[in-house]
Design a binder for this molecule. Structure first.
Ligand code: WQD
Length: 332
């Protein structure tokens, strides 16, 4: 069985669906700080399989012990964590406490219960301001905010754990920009409050929940002056996790992969593609740059293709269509 921390969240729920489809049994722990319990039923509806759910915090070691006593956990996928860059600058302690201590509790659980396989949800943010594009896994790493530093610190902690015990199999997956939703429209990106990220903001403008999009900066050194990012469909990302788990099951040791498409799209390209899909409902204005943003950020997907047999397949239009479909079906 695979334990998913934060498994009712955006990435976790889509990965749960793909794991179930691949024949794995899934157990989820989630404190519902940025997710809804109804997502459990949606995962079961999509997959036609049951999921065990424990409501609670990953830092609650007694709860973790209860889960491993009641379930034969062979692997863990660690999605639970706060992820808003701006919020992390204002509340660093909240981020270090939650993101780091939840990981330390899991590592302790793995040691005490001989669980050898861990997939960790990392982020392209660990590359900081990369010197060139595309970004390869051996590029230097650095962080420019507490959120990014938690991801970096956790990567270093996991590497130290592996040096101390090389019977561990750990996959560090560096996500680029996950967007989109499952084709059913039953699960998708459903953040609390005003979205920080581009796609959930666009979908709320397209469905009239927000007035217009502010494009942060149109004077970047890019094709049209707006920021370029490597957007990857969340279902492709989820498949990447299944491939990574299968790699760990071959006793791979510690491995690090970018999960991206290798193609960068600008904010304007995203807005124009979304407007093709939704009939020009996305009004926007140009606004000043957002602190901390970089001109361009996109992956070399070669290592995951070579070693995992993973390649993203969804187009930008499909990503936009699926996000719009989810938002339309979840209007309330
Ligand atoms: C994408 C582009 C913005 C909002 C962040 C985190 C990263 C990961 C993904 C957690 C940029 C522009 C955005 C808006 C805009 N998070 N934009 N108006 O910043 O690439 O990555 O989210 O794992 O760690 O750093 O994603 O979606 O915020 O921005 O113009 O209202 O859209 O400037 O060019 P980002 P994003």
């Amino acid at each position: 069985m695979v334990l998913l921390t934060g498994g009712l969240g955006y990435i976790g729920s889509h990965t749960a669906v793909e794991l179930l489809k691949a024949g794995y049994e899934v157990v989820i722990i989630d404190n519902l700080s940025n997710s809804k319990e109804i997502v459990k039923e949606k995962i079961e509806q999509i997959s036609g399989k049951k999921v065990k759910f424990y409501k609670g915090d990953v830092r609650d070691y007694e709860l973790l012990e209860k889960i491993v006593k009641e379930n034969e956990i062979d692997s863990i996928m660690h999605f639970a964590g706060y992820k808003a860059v701006g919020e992390s600058v204002k509340e660093p302690l909240k981020y270090y406490d939650n993101n780091i201590f939840s990981t330390l509790a899991l590592i302790r659980l793995m040691q005490e219960h001989k669980i050898k396989n861990l997939v960790f949800s990392s982020s392209a943010t660990v590359y900081g301001r990369a010197e060139s594009m595309p970004i390869y896994e051996d590029f230097p790493v650095s962080a420019t905010n507490p959120y990014g530093r938690t991801k970096l610190f956790i990567e270093e902690i996991l590497k130290d754990m592996y040096v101390a015990d090389n019977s561990l199999n750990i996959a560090i997956l560096r996500y680029f920009n996950p967007i989109g939703a499952h084709e059913s429209g039953l699960i998708g990106e459903d953040p609390n409050g005003i979205p920080n990220n581009l796609m959930p903001y666009i979908t709320k403008v397209a469905t009239g929940k927000l007035e217009k999009l502010s494009i942060f900066g149109n004077d970047y050194n890019t094709k049209d002056g707006t920021g370029v990012r490597d957007y990857i469909h969340v279902c492709d990302l989820a498949l990447g996790h299944v491939k990574a788990l299968k790699k760990l099951e071959t006793n791979s040791g510690l491995v690090v992969y970018n999960l991206g498409t290798g193609t960068g799209y600008s904010v304007l390209e995203m807005v124009n593609t979304f407007n093709e899909v939704c009939g020009n409902k996305v009004k926007f204005v140009f606004a000043p740059r957002r602190d901390g943003d970089v001109d361009m950020c996109y992956a070399s997907p070669e290592k995951a293709e070579r070693e995992l047999g993973f390649k993203a397949t969804h187009t930008l239009k499909q990503m936009c269509e699926s996000s719009y479909n989810f938002e339309m079906k979840n209007k309330e």
